[in-house]
Write a protein that binds this ligand. Structure first.
Ligand code: AMP
Length: 298
């Protein structure tokens, strides 16, 4: 079925209610995105379509989560291609609101605070980023909440990429801490053939930078292989590998607890790796800040 495009919250609610009614009030899967879609987003949509009767994808470049006006202004926008990708993936409805539709009263005075999980790692480099991201995710989750009825309960799931691991941890924590009536589903990172995690910002890399950027996933692979063999992780050797690439300006490589994001680096330097952890990396490559991660031990 052809995808429907809606721009207002009223149209969104009417269209999703009639799609759900046509399915006998089944489940709804939401895929929040900022557009400029690629195969990573397509994987989220396919997962949502496999598990739900109706799939809604949102396309909204959220000014609140950009600290840097230039980054916001140059963020790629490609609505027609996005709609084609969403339709192929199995989405029923695309919600692409204007900024005024999302923030009719201007910047929200009351907002979600990501708390101390939002101050570290990406949050340290991008102050306020996670408050802005969680605020828009909270709004989207509320706008898309399917109106179930007591006889025919409605499932509600929202899909996020493992690629943005800190965001995923925070969204899960927000849903748990604030009792959002939605199940948060994680989708593994989709990568290019050389291992680079797909990202809407990769298009800004020159050919040399694009080649150099593959070192991020190679460094993570090194740690993952050691974790799989229960060897000491020796994160310093992964840092050395990253620093050996002159076009890559490393910000951090951290091994953290996946739930608290507290560092685990000390206890996995020389002792054999056990349990579960997340290896997180961030680096500037040319004009772009790249992030990637590898779940270790799971
Ligand atoms: P964005 O449009 O970049 O805000 O991303 C929208 C959603 O797609 C987020 O949940 C991201 O984590 C997810 N995503 C982005 N890139 C990838 C990727 N390479 N693999 C899987 N999910 C991704």
């Amino acid at each position: 079925m052809a995808i429907q495009l809606v721009n207002s919250i009223t149209e969104l609610k009417t269209a999703s209610a009639s799609l759900l009614a046509a399915k006998g009030a089944g489940s709804l899967g939401l895929v929040p995105t900022m557009g400029a879609l690629h195969a990573g987003h397509a994987q989220l949509v396919r997962s949502a379509a496999a598990e739900n009767d109706v799939v809604v994808a949102s396309i909204f470049v959220n000014p609140m989560q950009f600290g840097d006006a230039e980054d916001l202004q140059r963020y790629p926008r490609s609505l027609q291609a996005d709609l084609a990708l969403l339709e192929t993936g199995g989405a029923d409805l695309a919600f692409a609101p204007a900024v005024e539709e999302m923030y009719p009263l201007g910047e929200p005075m009351v907002r979600i605070s990501a708390g101390k999980l939002g101050d570290k790692l990406e949050g340290a480099a991008r102050p306020g980023h996670f408050d802005g991201a969680l605020t828009v995710v909270a709004k989207l989750l509320h706008m898309c909440l399917p109106a179930g009825d007591y006889d025919r309960p409605t499932g509600y799931r929202a899909y996020f990429g493992q690629k943005d691991a800190q965001q995923l941890t925070l969204v899960r924590r927000m849903a748990a801490d604030l009792n959002f009536p939605v199940q948060i589903a994680a989708v593994p990172t989709v990568r290019a053939a050389d291992g680079l995690a797909l990202s809407s910002r990769n298009r800004f890399l020159s050919a040399d930078e694009r080649e150099a950027a593959a070192v991020l996933s190679r460094a993570l692979r090194l740690l993952k292989d050691r974790a799989d063999r229960n060897e000491p992780l020796d994160p310093e050797s992964a840092v050395d590998l990253l620093n050996s690439q002159p076009l890559v300006d490393l910000d951090y490589l951290e091994v953290v607890d996946p739930l608290t994001l507290e560092s685990r680096a000390e206890n996995c330097r020389e002792t054999p790796f056990t349990g579960e952890a997340l290896a997180l990396v961030a680096a500037r490559v040319g004009p772009v800040r790249l992030i990637d991660n590898a779940p270790l031990g799971y």
